[in-house]
Design a protein around this ligand. Structure first.
Ligand SMILES: Cc1cc2nc3c(=O)[nH]c(=O)nc-3n(C[C@H](O)[C@H](O)[C@H](O)COP(=O)(O)OP(=O)(O)OC[C@H]3O[C@@H](n4cnc5c(N)ncnc54)[C@H](O)[C@@H]3O)c2cc1C
Ligand code: FES
Ligand code: FES
Length: 440
């Protein structure tokens, strides 16, 4: 990405990579550095066999382009196996015969490490969540969960990486925002934030990227009088861990995939991929958030609704970047959020729903509803929701049938992996639940 050499730390050693910056870390580890502990399972971020630690976070190396690594620290299972914590985990795994063919185990061990370093006393549920992005073909999950529990009980707190540095602080930005915007003006480099959408496609290896994932202005979460301002390159994990993030957004981000995807995927990428299934984008829609979009010479703020022009058609010019998402600060506490998916750690929504009802002194001050994964764009019909605004709950109840009928007519799902009728039923049931839990 941009220029090579890419200077980074690999298992504690300073390293310079001079090959193609768009190549996957997984492939480079295995072929250039003969580090074959990271396995190639799916190359789509779904199996976790390729897991590594980047700046102490669990990441799928198949979704990382080499150019994004400048200044970062990569620890593979080979490096981690030299730590005291590895010994603890190894003994725990062996004590319950948690290793069968062994293919998934390097990834499982690194996922165990990340879980235990963030949560030294996990419950069984939390252990299962922590390894939810790591598949075991031999289905050894129960023994692996038991092993992690045993490791936790030993209360070993030795650091994962022997060099004891704060890698996050060491990682210096590659570019300022203005430099990135100048490059948007003069080149056709593709913005790359977390890479969890871009790197799924094999054709990405031929593309030229502009790495924006560590530009300071895009990484911060701040507030002003009216808004919480989320930098577009904030990861889902960052949003979940920030005290300014409202619970509705945290809940949606917690439901996204598994830890390694949440550690890399960004909210800006979630919006800019144009998908109607994008979980954080659904929340930015229902909260009527705005986007700060900049080019080198100008800036504009638009309602997020105006960003989506149709199937993957977006209101952004080739010289622009999404810089911030501005979410209203108030009136978000009373929300209802549901995501209907298949498997938790690969839970691309089949249908999703978010509703907000702000009632003050018995009067509905705001009613907002959004549906995801129903048509090509996220649905938000504020003209229908306005029917209930300004009413008390009794008046809203009297209008309920009319409100429902308007949505029944307006929501026309397209066929996807599930039938039109299924999607329609789910939408209307969720809308009904949303009103009923609010006494309407
Ligand atoms: C296994 C797996 C599971 C997943 N599960 C979910 C899920 O449950 N829910 C969900 O919503 N998504 C899911 N995703 C999709 C993906 O993780 C998200 O869409 C994520 O938010 C993408 O962000 P990114 O930073 O990785 O995007 P990237 O891949 O870096 O970029 C995506 C697109 O956005 C553009 N872009 C990025 N940032 C900007 C910017 N600031 N300005 C302009 N353009 C920009 C890029 O050019 C690209 O076109 C999953 C992906 C995988 C691989
Ligand atoms: S190879 Fe499956 S997640 Fe990377
Ligand atoms: S032990 Fe065989 S894939 Fe997990």
């Amino acid at each position: 990405m941009l220029n090579t050499p890419v200077k980074f730390i690999l298992n504690g050693e300073k390293t310079e990579y001079t090959g193609n910056p768009s190549h996957r870390l997984l492939d480079v580890l295995r072929s250039d550095y003969s580090l074959t502990g990271a396995k190639c399972g799916c190359k789509e971020g779904e199996c976790g066999a390729c897991s590594v630690l980047i700046d102490g976070k669990l990441i799928n190396s198949c979704l990382v382009s080499m150019g994004s690594l400048s200044g970062s620290s990569v620890v593979t299972i080979e490096g981690y196996s030299k730590t005291a914590r590895f010994d603890t985990l190894e003994k725990a795994y062996a004590s319950v015969s948690a290793v069968q063919c062994g293919f998934c185990i390097p990834g499982m061990i690194l996922a165990s490490e990340c879980l235990l370093s963030n949560n030294p006393n996990p419950t069984e549920y939390e252990i299962r969540e922590g390894i939810s992005g790591n598949l075991c073909r031999c289905t050894g999950y129960n023994a692996i969960v038991k092993a992690i529990g045993i490791a936790a009980d030993t209360k070993n707190t030795a650091p994962a990486c022997d060099c004891k540095h704060n890698h996050e602080a060491e990682r210096t930005p590659l570019l300022s925002l203005q430099e990135a915007l100048e490059l948007r003006k003069t080149t056709n480099l593709i913005p790359y934030a977390g890479g969890t959408d871009l790197m799924v496609s094999e054709s990405s290896l031929e593309k030229k990227f502009l790495y924006i994932g560590n530009i300071p202005e895009l990484k911060q979460i701040t507030e002003d009088e009216k808004h919480i301002r989320f930098g577009a390159a904030c990861t889902f994990t960052q949003v979940i861990n920030n005290k300014l993030s409202p619970e509705i957004l945290k809940e949606a981000c917690r439901g996204i995939a598994a830890p390694a995807i949440r550690n890399a995927g960004t909210i800006g990428g979630n919006i800019a991929n144009g998908s109607a299934k994008a979980d954080s984008a659904l929340i930015f829609m229902v909260t009527d958030s705005k986007l700060l979009i900049k080019s080198a010479d100008s800036e504009r703020i638009i309602p997020i609704r105006d960003f989506y022009l149709g199937d993957k058609k977006l209101n952004i010019n080739p010289n622009e970047l999404i810089v911030e998402i501005l979410m209203p600060k108030h009136g978000l506490d009373n929300y209802y959020y549901k995501k209907v998916g298949a498997r938790n750690a690969l839970s691309i929504a089949r249908t999703s729903f978010a509703g907000i009802l702000d009632i003050q002194d018995g009067i509905i001050k705001n009613c907002a509803v959004a549906f995801g994964a129903v048509i090509d764009t996220i649905i938000r019909f504020d003209h229908i929701d306005k029917k209930l605004i300004g009413k008390n709950t009794d008046e809203a109840k009297a209008l309920k049938a009319e409100y429902f009928a308007m949505y029944d007519e307006a929501v026309v799902p397209r066929r996807g992996r599930v039938s039109v009728q299924y999607r329609k039923n789910v939408c209307m049931n969720l809308l009904k639940d949303f009103l009923e839990v609010n006494g309407i």
